[in-house]
Design a protein around this ligand. Sequence first.
Ligand SMILES: NC(=O)c1ccc[n+]([C@@H]2O[C@H](COP(=O)([O-])OP(=O)(O)OC[C@H]3O[C@@H](n4cnc5c(N)ncnc54)[C@H](O)[C@@H]3O)[C@@H](O)[C@H]2O)c1
Length: 267
Amino acid sequence: MGRVSGKVAIVTGAAKGIGAASAKALAREGAKVVCSDFDEPGGEALAAEIQRLGGEAIFVAHDVTSEAQWENVVAVAEKRFGGLHIVVNNAGIAPEGLPIEELSLESWRHTLAVDLDSVFLGCKHAIRTIKKTTATGAKGSIINISSIMGLIGWPHTADYNAAKGGVRLLTKCAALECAGAGYDIRVNSIHPGYIDTPLVRNAIANNVGAEDGIGPNERMEMLVSLHPIGRLGVADEIANMVLFLASDESSFVTGAEMVVDGGYTAR
Ligand SMILES: NC(=O)c1ccc[n+]([C@@H]2O[C@H](COP(=O)([O-])OP(=O)(O)OC[C@H]3O[C@@H](n4cnc5c(N)ncnc54)[C@H](O)[C@@H]3O)[C@@H](O)[C@H]2O)c1
């Protein structure tokens, strides 16, 4: 018996990084997983890998900024697997890395659309759908991937700071609404430190948020030094928290911000 056996989950941004690790962990522990991403080859490959490993997964093409595509992905989960218990709002992008005075309104809006509007849409359609499943006595969980950048500021990341801070409080509002309405749906945010994924590798290569004159190697050393544990995290370490929040082991945890950052924000 797996830790999430019998549950149906949607994981957004599942083609790689934290989303892929989370989808694999949920499937390994018995969930039927709808892997969503706008990267179709990557998402298809991940769903096929989960199936090869003996898990149950399908891929649905999904741009998380589109409400119509959210309606489609929850409908597919219900139709294919008979309900929905878990939504992991993970898809996201890194910021362009510009100071506020140079950041265009277009860039700001793009980051907010992908990193915050998507989580609003995800919560909206998750609550509407999961509440039908939980009305039969099952338990639901929505997990929003924020960041330590939703807890503390960092220069040249105004759009990302604003989006991830917004995810933190959107999560608490959704948790209170679900509890107040008597829905058995818990809603929590996760705040990773720097995790060694394609997003971070690309940001380092492009020197996002770096001080003038700092190259990629020094940037990596500087990022490592910010984590008292002495290294960046790996995607499985965030997936482990996703699994805990998705499972009924966390039955008294809602509206919480789970920090998984190697001690980054402890000082
Ligand atoms: N890696 C880190 O250090 C770190 C730290 C804190 C928070 N996070 C957050 O964790 C989440 C996952 O990050 P990651 O490092 O695994 O990133 P990643 O770039 O490795 O993977 C992100 C996935 O999201 C998908 N995606 C992007 N925009 C999308 C859209 N509009 N619609 C659908 N899919 C889309 C991409 O195709 C990709 O598969 C993000 O929300 C990120 O902000 C990451």
